[in-house]
Design a protein around this ligand. Structure first.
Ligand code: NAG
Length: 349
């Protein structure tokens, strides 16, 4: 592609992104099943009164990290499949070493055989964009990391964006706003690596200086504290389930049949061709690591991997993109993000 074509390509990509986001901007919450107040749906885990602050209407939670502690909460119930979603604003400025996690897990109940689905935001030094990863574990498969890492097409500290985890009996979809960014179809070969036991939703902010940013090179700098992440309009929509009961009686599973059907038809599960195209573009432009292309780690990709030839070529054998090419694409993309999304990237460069 010569430069001009490349420019045209990026331009149309950005415009399509905007068109996709448009219809969602106003109706983001209207199309979602259920917004749950903190009191109704959640329980504080840590952070005391000082580091977890709730709004007057109880639909917004601020989680602080300072030199004394972070903060976190979880859903009071556990769900056997569900839609878990929140609008989240991340801390701004210097955020190295900080992890903001929005995830489902049952690690408190099943220590050795836990299931987990993650959004993990990994902070960054001032001037560099936030990075994040998604991951999944099933039945304690922690030796089989299934990470993907990405940057974003917007600055997540400037405004709220909706992050959603959909977990049904047949698939998992991670979405940001109206864009699905990762889809995992259950395959028989995955076996229990596909999460199968009831999970709670968790949200936390904590100091992960030893690994979060550039593998621990950049630590949390408390000169910039407190670091505050804001979460609002939380959604829990799934079959509430007692994990112990579920294991002892098959009957409990029947209660979830109706909800499982509903989750198969919920709008997050109906990826339109336009959204699918946006997902492909997102993955080609913003994903900088995927276990599916890391043949040093997995000579044979795990069974759920669907190999995209474009990405296969891009990532070569390390799961990381070829640097030169990536660098060129990156700088060009940025200028368009700047023009069309009025992002704050200019300030940060
Ligand atoms: C989950 O792991 C445990 C312990 O390794 C094992 O006994 C059990 O059979 C596994 N469950 C499934 C459904 O494979």
């Amino acid at each position: 592609m010569n430069n001009q074509n490349r420019l045209g390509f990026s331009l149309s990509v950005c415009i399509s992104f905007l068109l996709l986001l448009q219809p969602f901007a106003g109706g983001a919450t209207a199309t979602l099943p259920r917004i749950i107040s903190f009191q109704k749906g959640f329980t504080q885990l840590f952070g005391g009164d000082t580091n977890l602050l709730r709004s007057g209407d109880d639909n917004t939670v601020h989680l602080h990290l300072n030199q004394y502690t972070g903060a976190g909460f979880r859903s009071s119930d556990m769900y056997n499949h569900g839609l878990f979603s929140a609008r989240i604003k991340l801390p701004s400025e210097y955020t190295a070493g900080i992890v903001v996690a929005f995830y489902t897990s049952n690690g408190d109940v099943f220590e050795k055989t836990h299931d987990e689905l993650d959004f993990e935001f990994l902070g960054n030094i001032k001037g560099k964009p936030w990075r994040f990863q998604t991951n999944l574990y099933g039945n304690g498969s922690t030796s089989r990391g299934r990470e993907e890492r990405y940057t974003l097409w917007f600055d997540p500290s400037k405004a709220y964006h909706r992050y959603t985890i959909l977990w049904t009996s047949s698939k998992i979809i991670f979405s940001i706003d109206n864009i699905p960014i990762r889809e995992i179809q259950r395959t028989d070969e995955m076996g229990a690596d596909f999460p199968s036991k009831p999970m709670s939703l968790y949200a936390t902010i904590w100091d992960a200086s030893n690994w979060a940013t550039n593998g621990g090179k950049y630590k949390v700098n408390y000169k910039y504290a407190p670091f505050v992440t804001e979460m609002t309009d939380l959604v829990l929509h799934g079959c509430t389930s007692n994990p112990i009961q579920q294991l002892s009686t098959d009957n409990n599973n029947n209660n979830c049949v109706e909800m499982d059907k509903q989750l198969e038809t919920i709008h997050y599960n109906n990826i339109t061709p336009k959204q699918r195209a946006a997902m492909k573009r997102f993955r080609e432009k913003y994903m900088y690591y995927s276990y599916c292309y890391d043949t040093l780690r997995y000579p044979v990709p795990p069974p759920e991997c669907v190999i995209d030839p474009v990405l296969r070529q891009r990532f070569k054998e390390t799961g990381r993109p070829n640097f030169d090419r990536r660098h060129r694409r990156h700088s060009r993309k940025r200028s368009h993000v700047l023009t069309f999304e009025q992002s704050d990237i200019r300030n940060s460069r």
